[in-house]
Design a protein around this ligand. Structure first.
Ligand SMILES: Cc1cc2nc3c(=O)[nH]c(=O)nc-3n(C[C@H](O)[C@H](O)[C@H](O)COP(=O)(O)O)c2cc1C
Length: 248
């Protein structure tokens, strides 16, 4: 399968998933946003695996994602309290070069890291708005932007499944589509989206070089490009080893 963002890494062997307890699909099913964390320190081996994965993403993509540990201020403000974040002391700072594709790319790779953390026994929550920027907690170089953060830690709970659209709502041709496409859409519907908006859609769109083409799109709105990147990461995992390519 030809990935949207990289053509030399398969989803399943990427990011050291063998180091975790879960397959990527199991991680998709187990992941729910968690906003309350215990004060248990992160397991050192898990931190090491995560650091290696982040380094490999940054090297591959030119992103500047950083793991921020024991930093209490980002989630100490009124915005975080408003949505009941408690005990957040660790997070990913999703930083990258300012460009129009940045949100989509951070969504795609950020979600791979989120699924890895889930498979390492941690919980998480994507956060685009309800956190505070903390100068000096991470580096945002000239020409770069902090687009969002992801809270990480051992959850007080495992979270709950979100309400979801029907697959036919996000993929009108769903019922007549091949299994792999349906599995991709099903996995995308388990993806986190800002305000659970699920504004993405997937469609089969002919053949290119003999391969089925999947067109992923989104309606406009805040964080919809990031949501789309996340949903595409899930689609690829759901579709597994099927041969297809993303429409440009
Ligand atoms: C790009 C993005 C931004 C988000 N921003 C916030 C946020 O600012 N505050 C918050 O509490 N949750 C935020 N969320 C979490 C969503 O509310 C959550 O993913 C959604 O309700 C679906 O629930 P689930 O993650 O449990 O499947 C965000 C999620 C995404 C993907």
């Amino acid at each position: 399968m030809v990935s949207r963002y990289t053509d030399n890494l398969s989803t399943t062997d990427f990011l050291g998933f063998s180091a975790g307890q879960l397959t990527p699909m199991q991680a998709i099913e187990a992941r729910h946003s968690v906003r309350s964390y215990t004060d248990e320190p992160l397991d050192e081996a898990a931190v090491e695996t995560l650091r290696e994965a982040i380094a490999s993403v940054n090297e591959e993509t030119n992103l500047n994602i950083q793991l921020v540990l024991n930093e209490l201020r980002a989630f100490a403000g009124f915005k975080a309290r408003l949505v009941n974040f408690t005990g957040v002391r660790n997070y990913l700072a999703l930083v990258g070069p300012e460009c129009k594709e940045l949100d989509g790319i951070l969504g795609y790779y950020g979600e791979k890291l989120v699924l890895l953390t889930q498979s390492l026994g941690l919980n998480s929550c994507w956060v685009g708005g309800t956190y505070k920027v903390v100068n000096r907690a991470y580096n945002v170089d000239l020409g770069q932007k902090l687009a969002a953060v992801v809270a990480l830690g051992y959850g007080a709970t495992q979270g709950v499944p979100h309400k979801s659209k029907a697959p036919q709502e996000v993929a009108p041709g769903y019922d007549d589509s091949p299994d792999w496409f349906q599995r991709g859409v099903d996995a995308a519907l388990l993806a986190p989206t800002a305000l659970n908006q699920q504004k993405f859609s997937f469609a089969l769109s002919g053949l290119e070089d003999g391969l089925p083409v999947v067109r992923a799109a989104t309606r406009r709105g805040p964080f919809t490009q990031m949501d789309l990147g996340i949903a595409q990461c899930h689609f690829e995992i759901g579709a597994g080893s099927a041969d297809y390519r993303w429409a440009d």
